[in-house]
Design a protein around this ligand. Structure first.
Ligand code: NAD
Length: 251
């Protein structure tokens, strides 16, 4: 499986799942457009990619702003000429409280960063892919996009929304040689989850205890699936939502 000569945009590539996927695709020969809100960590990912002998640029963006999303797509095309792969991944967790305890502001923020961002990314990247003959897109949903999960109601709403966008886009653009899939990770050991665990120890313990595989997932395990689903060995996988959760949603 090789991604040599391909160009990938990855949002949230300064940390966690996005960074692991960026390094995996770079290792396989892709050029990477590293998108993140935080310049320092984004630049660090660029350095690590360059050490692997691959090309990368950093584009700072707040993915909840349409103009920033339009800009990272524009920068990707200016630098590399086309977009073959898109990992539409950046997101946040939310406070870890029951539904009525979420404020309206918290709800709006999670919707903006986790759902509007994915719509904007699809809108601008698909527009570009239509000009160049197609591509592969992977959105990051969650097990909370498949089943209800206590303490994260707005997050679950956004991830169910990501699944809806994924399936609809796949149906609409399949004949244009654009594949759109989603991954639904369980609890993966990234900075987001480590922080959530510190802030909400009881909720976190219950979550970890309920994983049939008996442990958290690792970012590298997600990166392997990302590379496969975005690659040439998955040409007939379209409109799918892949759980990667240690059997959490099998229960
Ligand atoms: P993370 O916090 O380690 O990384 C997220 C990255 O996104 C960070 O670099 C952050 O700076 C960036 N980001 C946050 N808000 C942004 C914004 N407005 N604009 C641009 N970049 C922004 O988290 P992670 O665990 O790697 O999460 C990545 C994605 O995976 C998220 O969509 C998350 O919901 C999803 N997810 C994570 C898990 C898990 O267990 N880690 C499980 C299911 C789904």
């Amino acid at each position: 499986m090789s991604h040599t000569g391909k160009v990938a945009i990855i949002t949230g590539a300064g940390s966690g799942l996005g960074q692991a996927a960026a390094l995996k695709l770079a290792e396989k020969g892709a050029s990477i457009v590293v998108v993140d809100l935080v310049e320092e960590t984004g630049q660090e990912t660029v350095k690590q990619i360059e050490k692997l002998g691959a090309k990368a640029i950093f584009v700072q963006a707040d993915v909840s702003k349409a103009s920033d999303v339009e800009n990272y797509v524009k920068k990707a095309v200016e630098e590399f000429g086309r977009i073959d792969m898109f990992f539409n991944n950046a997101g946040i967790a939310g406070p870890g409280v029951k539904l009525i305890e979420h404020t309206i502001e918290q709800f709006d923020k999670i919707i903006d960063i986790n759902l509007r961002s994915v719509f904007y990314g699809l809108k601008y990247v698909i527009t570009e892919m239509l000009k160049t003959g197609g591509g592969a897109i992977l959105n990051t949903a969650s097990t909370a996009g498949i089943v209800g999960v206590p303490a994260v109601a707005p997050y679950a709403a956004t991830k169910h929304g990501v699944v809806g966008l994924t399936r609809t886009a796949a149906i609409e653009y399949g004949k244009d040689n654009i594949r759109v899939n989603a991954i639904a990770p369980g609890t993966i050991e990234t900075p987001m989850v480590i922080q959530f665990g510190k802030d909400n120890p009881e909720v976190f313990k219950a979550t970890v205890d309920s994983i049939p595989s008996g442990r958290l997932g690792k970012p590298e395990e997600i990166a392997n699936l990302v590379a496969f689903l975005l690659g040439d060995e998955a040409p007939y996988i379209n409109g799918a939502v892949y759980p990667i959760d240690g059997a959490v949603t099998a229960q």
